[in-house]
Design a protein around this ligand. Structure first.
Ligand SMILES: Nc1nc2c(ncn2[C@@H]2O[C@H](COP(=O)(O)OP(=O)(O)OP(=O)(O)O)[C@@H](O)[C@H]2O)c(=O)[nH]1
Ligand SMILES: [Mg+2]
Length: 481
């Protein structure tokens, strides 16, 4: 019975010299960032036994890959196979005899060749920046003798090219059915699909199974994008509806020093909650895309930069002033947001004059510490023995705010898609970078302006939601390219 392969399933063994990035290639291809499942490490000889990784859809295995220990003595192993075989070119039977022999000296080679003897195809990983020495040629020769379908993968580290690059290509071209590049630290979805399609080209026997697998991977990717879009909509709605409340006595409110302390504390709470919502949304995206090592940075302090006077903020995030005004105008003066844009949003002075209730917090904003939050004082709440009033603080009045929230998430989404699962270093998604909403077509801008406006007013427009969902999905697809 075969230990590594099954006649109905395409199987590929990832082979090559120790430390060439075999495990990293597999980890990126299969989106496994867990070192317990695939050990990727700068220490050579980390993978000491073959290990199967199954790709399963709906409980059914579609394709399997086998991570293998690296070649450690290829030249000696090649000579041994030739010696055992005698005259002529060794074939699969000769390799089988070598695998079954009881040499202690060639343990790695015997282990890594076992899946090939059982029928697995070959994914041979090399770093073309390395000098092409005899031991690499010996590896290629042994793999050629197996007669199995063979794909050579150039896993270049960074931009480094070596003096033997062309020679590598020539020699690989002679010993393999196909040569492709795949950067285990950079490859994204499209490159992963391209690699699978290359396997399709070399493995005739399992063509339908491979085609089906590629279809399933595409379908699953689309489902993920839809889940991500739903997550984003949920987050935006929750964030725009967010209000924090404190019950204050008349004294708390009338004494200027107490009042501003309370306002400040409440604003801090508001931004703290907002940051945890961002954190939660980004964490959900990470789960959808199977990232465990990536972490999220959500800093309540970033919104301190939401200042209408700062051209930098306008340019970096969200829509420009004219775009915003246009979006709002087309949205049909959807009260709240549109009014802000028409009257208060453009200049700081007009903004504070417009919102009578925001007067108290405007002071910090001028001082650059916190943006101008919506504030409301509701009377008549009884708390304990004394009369209290509820101080409610809501989203920043800056009409750019919803766009900035969306942009920060879209930037994180892109940062996440750019992260290859084969990497093992720490990285944080900070959402800092040039946003995308500025480039939205006018129609999409108007749609979002309407929907944001409804959320900011506390009444999310449900009838717009299908269109918003569609628009976000479309936008995530654009970002993925
Ligand atoms: N920069 C960069 N580093 C890489 C790339 N692929 C692998 N590495 C690094 O190279 C080292 C070895 O990678 P592994 O995937 O463990 O190599 P391996 O061939 O499985 O090694 P063994 O199992 O020990 O034979 C790790 O530190 C990887 O992070 C790459 O595409 N770019
Ligand atoms: Mg390994």
């Amino acid at each position: 019975m075969n230990a590594w392969t099954h006649p109905d399933l395409p199987a590929f063994a990832v082979v090559g010299r120790v430390n060439m990035g075999k495990s990293a290639v597999l980890a990126t291809l299969l989106e496994i960032d867990d070192n317990e499942l695939i050990r990727v490490s700068p220490t050579p000889g980390e993978t000491t036994r073959c290990q199967t990784h199954r790709v399963v859809f709906n409980g059914k295995e579609c394709i399997r890959f086998i991570d293998t220990p690296g070649f450690s003595q290829p030249v000696e192993a090649m000579h041994e196979i030739q010696r055992m075989h005698g005259d002529g070119t060794p074939d699969l039977d000769a390799i089988r005899a070598f695998v079954k022999s009881t040499h202690h000296t060639f343990e790695d080679e015997r282990r890594l060749l076992e899946p090939l003897v059982e029928g697995a195809g070959v994914l041979y990983v090399v770093d073309p920046a390395k000098p092409l020495r005899d031991d690499f040629l010996a590896e290629m020769e042994i793999l050629r003798w197996t007669g199995r379908p063979r794909l050579a993968l150039l896993n270049r580290r960074g931009d480094a090219t070596g003096p033997d690059e062309e020679l590598w290509k020539t020699r690989l071209g002679g010993a393999f059915n196909l040569t492709r590049s795949f950067d285990a630290h950079q490859a994204r979805f499209e490159e992963r699909i391209r690699l699978l399609k290359a396997l399709l080209e070399i493995e005739e026997t399992h063509r339908p199974a491979l085609e089906n697998t590629i279809r399933l991977i595409h379908d699953e990717w689309r489902i993920r994008r839809e889940e991500a879009a739903e997550t984003l909509i949920g987050f935006l709605e929750e964030a725009l509806l967010l209000r924090v409340t404190a019950n204050l006595t008349e004294k708390d409110l009338s004494l200027e020093s107490r009042r501003s302390r309370n306002e400040e504390a409440l604003s801090q709470r508001y931004f703290g909650k907002l940051a945890s919502m961002e954190q939660e949304c980004a964490s959900k995206l990470l789960r959808i895309y199977r990232h465990h090592l990536l972490k999220v940075d959500a800093d309540p302090g970033v919104y301190q930069g939401i200042d209408l006077a700062s051209g930098e903020t306008w340019r970096k995030w969200g829509l420009g002033r004219t775009q915003l005004a246009a979006a709002a105008a087309i949205a049909g003066g959807a009260a709240g947001l549109a009014v802000d844009v028409a009257t208060g949003g453009i200049t700081h002075g007009a903004g504070t004059a417009f919102g009578a209730l925001t007067g108290g917090v405007a002071a910090w904003w001028k001082g650059g510490s916190l943006p101008d939050l919506r504030m409301d004082l509701r009377g008549g709440i009884q708390l304990g023995s004394g009369e209290t009033r509820a101080m409610v603080i809501g989203p920043p009045r800056n009409p750019n705010f919803p766009w900035i929230l969306l942009d920060a998430m879209l930037v994180r989404y892109r940062q996440m898609l750019d992260r290859a699962h084969g990497r093992r270093d720490a990285q944080r998604l900070d959402g800092q970078g040039t946003g995308y909403t500025r480039h939205f077509p006018a129609e999409r801008r108007t749609l979002f302006a309407k929907w944001f406006g409804s959320c900011l007013k506390g009444k999310p427009n449900r009838t717009l939601e299908p269109d918003v969902f569609h628009a976000i999905t479309e936008c995530l697809e654009e970002i993925s390219d």
